[in-house]
Structures are given as C-alpha cells and as structure tokens.
Design a protein around this ligand. Structure first.
Ligand code: ADP
Ligand code: MG
Length: 677
C-alpha cells in the first residue's frame, strides 16, 4: 500500500492524482490515512431541546422561498422560512446564492447549522433536500486543498477502500487487540472514514490513538536502549563501603526517592556504559545531596568529578556546603570567572595534576585552559541553563565521563520520556520529612497595606523577604509593575532600619553579586527583584516570597519562585498579587494556592497550556499525531508507555515474531537510520 501510487485506484486519473500530490497524498496508504479532521454529527431531536448557539439539525417544510441579498464584494445572504413542529424558522445561508434555485415552496429540507434560540433562526452550514436518511448521521470533514472538495476526496477514499481493503495488514499483535478490545486495522480505517455510528468511530479512534502512542513510545525507548548499549563508557569501581560510611554520617537520613535515584546513578556509574541521566526533583527535594554523594563516589574510584552550575553565587554556595560535608577527605576546588591571576593558575594546575578531586564551578570550567587529569563524572545543575554545546565541551574534558544532569523543573511524567528521549531519568518525587508546607495566598492589590504590615512584622522577627516584579521597565503597551518604582515605594513605606536591595538583569554582574551577598548575609532584609533570583539560590532565612502581577507567570515559574523560600525550618509564605482577567489565569492562581507539589503543578500546567506550549513549540520534539492527543488521551499514553517498556526491556521486539510488523516500522524510521552515531 505504501508503494502503490494513487493512480492505481479506479477513477483516479492523472489530473486528480496531481491534485492529490498537491496535498502530499501520493500513495494509497497516504490517502487511507488522510483522516477527517472533524466529524459533523447530525442527530434529530425536538426543537425545544436544541441549545442556543449549538449545532442543530432540523427538518422542515419550506413555507417562504429564498430571497437573496448581495453585499460587499461577491458576498451574499440567502434567507428562507421553514416550518418545523408548527413553528416558523428562519434559515440563513451565506455566500451560497446558487442554492436559491434548489429551494422551492413546499420542499422538505434537512438543515444543519448554528441555532439561535431567541430569534428562532438557523445559520445553515449544511443542507440536504428531503428528510434525513437516518436518525443519526456522522459526516466526516477533511482538510482539502485546491480543486479537491470534500465530496471528491470521499469518493476517492471509498474507491481506495473497495480496491485495497484486503491489503491493509494488521500491525498490532492480536493479544493486544483482544485485551484492549480494539478493532483491527482495516475495519478501523473504514470506520474513520465512513463511521456508521458514534461508537464505531470511537473505537476506531481508540485503536489509532493506541497504535500511534505505542509506536512513538517504542521508538523512544528503543532508541534510548540502543544508544545506551552502544555508548562507550568506563566502569567506575567506587568504594561501596566508604560510600556507605559517608552516607551514614550525613546529618539526615536519605528519603526513599533519594535512595532509589542514588542507586540508579551508582549502577550507571559502575556499568560499562556511559551514564547519560537526568535527575529530576522539586526544589528542596535533595538533589544536591544526592549529587554530593555521587561526586564523592567518583573520588573513591580515584576519578575527578566536576559540578557545573549556572551562576557564581550558586557555585560558591555549593562549594561551601560541599566543604562542610567532605571536610578534608577530598580536595574541593572552586573555579569561577572572578577567580583570576595567580590563584587561577594554581587552581588550573591542581586540576591538571589531579590534586583537585572535586571541582565546582561555572562556565569557567569549560574554558580551554582547564584540563582534567582524569575526569570520571560530570554533574550539570539546572541543565536547561546551559546550551548543548557547553554541555558537550564539559563532557569532552574527560575520557568517557559519566554525565548527570539535574533539573528542578518538574516535567510531567507523561512528557518526561518525550522531552528527554535519549536520556535515562531518575525522579525524586518526595520531600524530606519535617519540611513545612509553604503557605500560599492569592491577593488583590487593594490589600497591599496588610501585606506590607505582615512583612514588617516578620522582618522585625529577623526574617527576610523577596519581592518579585515581572519586568524592569514599563513597556508602553503593557501595564506592568516597575521594579525601580516599587523599590522606591517600599523604601518610603518601610522604616530606615529595614534595608532594601534592588536586583535586576541590567545591573553589572559585580553589583548583582554584591546585592546577593548582602542579602545572603542579612544586611538586606528585602530583595526587590525581577526574576533573576529564580536560579537555585539558597537563603534559608528568607521566609516570604511576594510575586507581583503573578498572572503573568506560568505555573512552573511561579513554583520555582516559591521554592526560594521554605528552605529553613521556619514557616514560609508565598503571596501572589494578581488580578487575572481570564479563566486560565484564575485557575492558575487557584492551583498555586492549593498545591505545593511540583509534579502535580506541572501536570496542571500542561493541561492548561498544551504540550507544544509547555516546551515551547520548536524544541518540543513531539510528533504530529494524526489521531492521538497527549493531554486528552493521557491514559492511553500511559498504557502504551508501559507496554513499550515491557516489549523493549524483555527484548521481545526483536525476538517475538508477533512484534515483527512493528519492528519493521521502527527500522524504517529515519531516527534509526540517520541518528545512529
Ligand atoms: P535541591 O538541590 O533538590 O534543591 P538540596 O539537596 O539542596 O535540594 O536540599 C535542600 C535542603 O534539604 C538542604 O539543606 C539539605 O541539606 C536538606 N536535605 C537533603 N536531603 C535531606 C533529607 N533526606 N532529609 C532532611 N534534609 C535533607
Ligand atoms: Mg539544587
């Protein structure tokens, strides 16, 4: 079917096939899989049951023949009256003046269109002489192009089915069809184009939804497996005993999720494959703690390990907390852009001479001058902050180092496997015990006074606050809170004893650092800022996060901001100032006040925004499904994912002949022919 040109179909000549080619339909298969994008369903019911603005179907007798008015350029409006259940209904058709001659007094017509209950009027989109043939009809609507009409296309598809239906081979194993009660491929195709009833259409769609998801998931997971197995790595023999002692000496017990993730990472490290793993976990879930253990593990295998973070402040914070954890068991070195001159030379030399065991740093780590003696593990924090190239450079500083990425942006489970197709993923989906929930409130600006009083009280008790505004300068069109203005306003409002800092993206980086350092040291009690503080800064004494114009942020971003507080043992608060106009905005605020679980928020965000938006259209890498919908058919996606997991993990894809048709499809996919480097 995939190599039979459409000309072979009876009734399709050269001209028609050229027109079809214009729609990218070249083969019988293309044509049969050109599914309708919508179905108009006509169902008969009493007049009074139709709702206002609903698509309605009525049957009536023409009691007043059409009149046509022309207006504008080639526009027309045709009106006539029909009688339905003894009620006179006005029918309106736009730009179909030709219909005037087809509609005569006394004729019976079936009319479908938008129903106006107040005017007793129908705006007709579809009409047919005579009464309807059935009580329920489903009319497929195709996307068409050029001279091709819906009707011609339908005819062509019908002819194709008559001629080639027997050649449509099943690709899903029978067991699966039976287990999920799915129709076979051939009859499902028929139902997609010529559904007899709603249920047959429903099952056909179910079938293709599953088929598309299964192929997609098999593809992703097989690719991951092949890449993993063909990667050249180095089995790092870390010292298990020493590592255990180290973990036991930590001031806390690892959570179950931390232990699972740690085990997954350590297994990768000691395997002969090269680790390529993402560690996902909400802010404060303890990723950095896990990372520290892995860094240490690498050193027990006599390897160097590097931790790269996006900002100097973060690098310093990590450096100091690692120093505390490791004491003098290993040598930890800090390398950032602001370390210069002789000191820098010494550090670079120590890295090259393997005198530095663990190196923490910023982009400075990927400069040419930095050469590791024996780099075995690379950890990249907030991975999305670095470009592909930067990540690659760091990775290439060692001989097949294992690589661990970390992100605090929770990706919904359903999408994780899509977003990071060729990465293994570990998830820390539980918070350390005893963590206090951050209380979140949504307020309108008119209660600001109360909020400021609240902040004052907290600050007098020794705590600190962030105040976030979306952008630095007023844009002419959008009315946004101006950071500078707010900073000045707050300075007037609060007594002199409360020091306020201002932070935004246009400050020179030294000034940013100094503002941040003063906030960390509690020399500043309030930090007015644009979103630059978003990246993992840790100021446990800060307990209040105020976000202005919160409706302008996405859920994930709000959640990241909220994660800046609640890092110590004090009760923390997040206050969202927002006056969203739309429903989605209101919903967002509500969700924020209701849940602090990053994964749940991500799922909700996904539902509100759709998968394309969630990742940004370009990088989403989501396939264009014909039938399936990632949000709507979420359950089917999960089922398919689990099935694919089993098929791949057991090797059944390649061994069991019932998967042969699927295997063939995968093998022919460009992903497997091009990308096998
Ligand atoms: P993340 O990097 O995911 O934001 P961190 O690793 O920085 O989280 O952990 C946040 C805080 O929680 C740190 O102060 C850390 O010492 C502490 N912590 C980490 N794991 C645990 C645990 N299992 N129990 C208690 N506290 C923990
Ligand atoms: Mg972190």
């Amino acid at each position: 079917m995939q190599d039979i040109p459409v000309q072979k179909i009876k009734g399709i000549g050269e001209k028609f096939s050229e027109e079809l080619a214009g729609m990218q339909l070249f083969t019988v298969e293309d044509l049969l899989f050109h599914f309708p994008y919508r179905y108009d369903t006509y169902e008969l019911k009493p007049l009074k049951e139709w709702m206002h603005e609903e698509q309605a179907t009525i049957v009536g007798k023409v009691i007043h023949p059409p009149t046509v008015q022309f207006y504008g350029k080639r526009k027309s409006r045709l009106t006539f009256t029909v009688e339905v259940e003894n009620v006179a209904i006005k029918a309106v058709m736009f730009n179909r003046s030709f219909a005037k001659n087809q509609i005569n007094q006394g004729d019976i017509f079936t009319l479908t269109g938008k129903w106006d209950v107040h005017r007793l009027q129908i705006t007709v989109s579809h009409y047919q002489k005579g009464p309807p043939k059935q009580d329920e009809t489903i009319d497929p609507v195709y996307s068409v192009k050029g001279n091709i009409t819906n009707t011609r296309l339908k005819k062509a598809i019908k002819a194709a089915l008559e001629q080639y239906a027997s050649e449509i081979d099943e690709i899903l194993p029978n067991d699966y069809l039976q287990a999920y009660k799915l129709p076979n491929r051939s009859s499902a195709i028929r139902s997609m184009h010529f559904p007899e009833r709603k249920t047959s259409l429903k099952h056909a769609r179910r079938r293709f939804t599953y088929e598309e998801f299964l192929i997609f998931q098999l593809k992703m997971q097989w690719l991951r497996k092949i890449k993993r197995e063909s990667s050249v790595g180095y089995p790092h023999q870390y010292d298990e005993k020493e590592l255990q002692t180290f973990v036991q000496r930590l001031p806390f017990k690892l959570t179950k999720a931390q232990r699972t993730s740690l085990a997954e990472i350590l297994t990768d490290m000691s395997s002969p494959f090269r680790m390529n793993r993402l560690l996902q976990g909400d802010v404060g879930s303890g990723k950095t703690a896990v990372a520290a253990i892995c860094l240490y593990a690498a050193t027990t295998a006599n390897k160097q390990a590097a931790l790269m973070v996006p900002t100097e402040i973060l690098a310093e914070q990590h450096y100091h907390s690692l120093l505390k954890m490791f004491g003098d068991r290993v040598t930890i070195t800090l390398l950032t852009g602001s370390i210069k001159g002789r000191k820098r030379k010494e550090i670079v030399a120590a890295i090259e001479g393997h005198r530095a065991h663990i190196v923490v740093g910023t982009h400075a780590l990927i400069q040419d001058e930095v050469m590791f003696a024996d780099l075995g593990l690379v950890i990249i924090d907030e991975q999305h902050r670095f470009g592909v190239e930067q990540r690659r450079v760091l990775r290439n500083k060692g001989l097949y180092p294992d690589v661990l990425f970390m992100t605090a942006t929770p990706i919904p489970r359903t999408l994780a496997i899509t977003a990071f197709g060729d990465m293994d993923v570990s998830v820390i989906d539980e918070m350390p015990l005893g963590r206090k929930k951050i209380e979140t409130y949504w307020i309108k600006e008119n209660t600001l006074e109360r909020l400021l009083e609240f902040i004052k009280k907290r600050i007098f008790q020794g705590e600190q606050a962030y105040v976030v505004c979306p952008l630095i300068e007023e844009s002419d069109k959008i009315d946004i809170q101006n950071a500078v203005e707010l900073y000045e306003k707050l300075q007037i409002y609060f007594p002199k004893s409360i020091n306020i800092g201002l932070m935004h993206g246009r400050l020179p980086s030294e000034e940013k650092e100094s503002v941040m350092t003063r906030f960390i040291d509690n020399e500043l009690q309030i930090l007015v800022s644009t979103t630059v503080i978003e990246v993992g800064v840790n100021v446990p004494n800060a307990t209040i996060m105020v976000v202005y114009d919160a409706e302008r942020f996405g859920l994930s971003q709000l959640h990241q901001l909220r994660g800046r507080v609640g890092r110590g043992d004090k009760q923390s608060y997040c206050i969202l100032i927002a006056d969203p106009k739309g429903e989605v905005g209101k919903e967002r605020m509500k969700i924020m006040t209701e849940t602090t679980d990053g994964f749940e928020l991500a799922e909700q965000d996904l539902k509100l925004r759709g998968p394309g938006d969630f990742f940004g259209k370009k990088q989403s890498g989501l396939p264009d499904f014909k039938v399936a919908d990632m949000i709507h058919d979420y359950r089917a996606l999960e089922t398919a994912r689990n099935d694919a997991e089993e098929i791949i993990a057991t090797g059944a894809l390649e061994k069991n002949e019932m998967f042969y048709p699927l295997l063939k499809i995968l093998e022919n996919d460009p992903v497997f022919t091009d990308k096998m480097d």
